[in-house]
Design a binder for this molecule. Structure first.
Ligand code: ADP
Ligand code: MG
Length: 244
């Protein structure tokens, strides 16, 4: 049994069915990429796993326990943490304070918070250098590191990232994705939503391609990267792999 198991998720916004039967697995130490064009249902998938949206049907289990209907803050406590699209950090707080908020659930364990912060600073030395700086004055790449660092403060078993490389210069995007790989190597299962399919596949173990709410393709990342349908879809801006 996989650490995270998602089976046949159906999610609606009003009458619109955004997810039409999504199933996926993630294991510790794995980067699982979720690819697909705009509006495919990637963010909806992550928000449903995080407990921010409730599926109409389907199951989600972590460590064999169902988390459907469990409040979002409890899901964080169970070891699933999401870095939302657009890095929602607190601009008027400094780096250190933003990390403390990420450790909110263990606020009474000061030693643990200290250790987790040290681990984040080890992963992102740039944040260590800027620990007293207001988050709003960080560069886009540094803000993304901080958003990831904050999610890591709860030491998640499953880390979910929604387009972490969005808006970053190519070199920074590569560096952030490399760090994502290191986070998985340290033991977490990582669900990585990316528009930048090429770079995501380069660091992922397994990947799913979502199209209009369904899994159109899935497989080992290396196999998908050399798949003609996937390659064609890159050049065509990810129009369709399912119908290719
Ligand atoms: N809050 C919302 N209300 C209504 N429809 C939404 C909402 N959020 C997303 N959708 C719709 O659900 C579908 C999937 O969206 P989303 O999961 O954000 O896609 P992606 O992250 O792959 O770009 C799209 O058709 C989108 O328009
Ligand atoms: Mg999205």
């Amino acid at each position: 049994m996989a650490l995270l198991e998602v089976r046949d998720l159906h999610v609606f916004y009003g009458n619109i069915e955004a997810l039409k039967g999504i199933s996926l697995d993630a294991q510790p130490k794995q980067v699982v990429a979720i690819l697909g064009g705009n509006g495919a249902g990637k963010t909806t998938t992550l928000r449903t796993i995080s407990g921010l949206l409730r599926p109409r049907s389907g199951s989600i289990t972590c460590d064999g326990k169902s988390i459907v209907g469990v409040p979002a803050h409890v899901i964080v406590g169970l070891g699933l943490s999401q870095v939302p699209e657009g890095r929602r950090i607190f601009n008027i707080l400094n780096v250190e304070e933003n990390l403390s908020l990420g450790g909110y659930l263990m606020r009474s364990h000061r030693q643990l918070i200290k250790e987790r912060k040290a681990a984040v600073y080890e992963l992102f030395p740039r944040l260590a250098e800027r620990r007293g700086q207001l988050a709003g004055t960080l560069s886009g790449g540094e803000q993304q590191m901080l958003a990831i660092g904050r999610a890591l403060m709860s030491d998640p078993k499953v880390l979910m990232l929604d387009e972490p490389s969005l808006g970053l210069a190519p070199m920074l995007a590569r560096s952030v994705l490399k760090t994502v790989r290191r986070i998985a190597d340290r033991g977490a299962a990582v669900l990585l939503v990316e528009q930048n399919a090429r770079q995501a596949l380069a660091i992922a173990d397994y990947a799913y391609v979502i199209e209009v709410g369904r899994i159109a393709l899935e497989g080992e990342a290396a196999a998908l990267a050399s798949d003609e349908r996937v390659q064609k879809a890159y050049l065509g801006g990810f129009e369709s792999v399912g119908s290719a």
